[in-house]
Ligand binder design. Structure first.
Ligand code: C2E
Ligand code: MG
Ligand code: MG
Ligand code: MG
Length: 287
């Protein structure tokens, strides 16, 4: 009977796996048509400077409303896009969309602000569209400094020649660089010395229990101190309560991002539209 149960279980798992593969294939196919069917949009999450709560950055995050499955999180479809190579097409769409969103706001409200864009390692390996974006910015009236590429530690671990060259090109353009999800990767800290990184984003897994977990407390404090000594600024992501915020403030963290002060939302909720200008100061200050 045990053998029988084992076999049943085996069949059960094979079926599960087959279902999963089918799902992936259909998602891959659906994703390819999502752009033409207008199912994608970007939301922007505010990032505030801790000492005065000025709105300093906004991170662009992609959303997919699937016609039958409802909203599918990027943690599910970005890996699929990376594996299928569609991430290049998607990356182009994101650049277009960001510039479109920017064209609808009063440039004054963008002064001193940065837009964070998540860039996949696959995009660095096929960089033509990254370079085209830089060229486009250089021809426009939006300075490259207004953008920050969020990259992950994995990209810098064993970069190919193409990736290295692209990173150099991005740096030379004036686009800023953040290390996203810091602490979850390889902790091969040598890359911090090799590449000029502007910002370190402490992963939300270290913030989640910051107020109760002594290990997280020590890790955060050490990351902040190290990054400051290396002339980088710190962003804590996933800040959900005031206790976490207070601890980060005492630790001298520079910026916070999280549900406590702002969920990802429409661009127009963060910035003034081109028409109907309001006071800039009012928007830039949170409290
Ligand atoms: P990420 O770049 O680390 O983005 C931060 C994620 O944390 C976002 O999830 C955001 O909604 C979430 N978050 C922010 N504050 C809080 C908080 O207080 N609590 C909790 N629990 N979560 C918070 P999201 O939008 O689901 O994105 C997940 C990941 O998908 C991103 O992680 C990024 O790696 C990837 N991603 C999202 N948009 C893009 C994109 O346009 N291009 C690429 N290549 N990747 C993207
Ligand atoms: Mg990010
Ligand atoms: Mg992050
Ligand atoms: Mg993350």
């Amino acid at each position: 009977a045990a053998k029988r149960a084992g076999k049943n279980q085996y069949q059960f798992f094979t079926q599960l796996m087959q279902q999963e593969i089918k799902d992936r294939i259909s998602l891959t196919r659906d994703l390819r048509s999502a752009i033409d069917h207008d199912e994608l949009h970007l939301v922007y999450q505010p990032i505030y400077r801790l000492h005065d709560f000025a709105l300093i950055k906004a991170e662009a995050l992609i959303r997919w409303e699937h016609p039958t499955r409802g909203s599918i999180p990027p943690s599910v479809f970005i890996p699929i896009a990376e594996e299928s190579g569609f991430i290049i097409e998607l990356g182009k769409w994101i650049f277009d969309q960001v510039l479109h969103d920017l064209s609808n706001i009063n440039p004054i409200s963008l002064q001193g602000m940065q837009i964070g864009l998540n860039i996949s390692p696959v995009q660095f390996a096929h960089p033509q569209h990254l370079l085209a974006f830089i060229k486009r910015l250089e021809r426009s009236n939006i300075p490259c400094e207004r953008f920050c590429f969020e990259i992950t530690e994995g990209l810098l671990l064993e970069p190919s020649k193409t990736t290295e060259d692209t990173l150099q090109m991005v740096r030379r353009s004036g686009i800023k660089l953040s290390i996203d999800d810091f602490g979850t990767g390889y902790s091969a800290l040598g890359y911090l010395k090799k590449y000029q990184i502007d910002y370190v984003k402490i992963d939300k897994s270290f913030i989640k229990n910051l107020e109760v977990d002594n290990y997280d407390f020590i890790l955060c404090r050490s990351i902040i101190q190290m990054a400051h000594e290396l002339n980088m600024e710190l962003i804590a992501e996933g800040v959900e309560n005031a206790q976490q915020e207070n601890i980060l403030k005492v630790m001298n963290c520079d910026y916070i991002q999280g549900f406590l002060h702002g969920r990802p939302g429409l661009f127009s909720a963060l910035f003034e539209p081109t028409l109907a200008p309001r006071s800039h100061q009012k928007l830039a200050t949170k409290h």
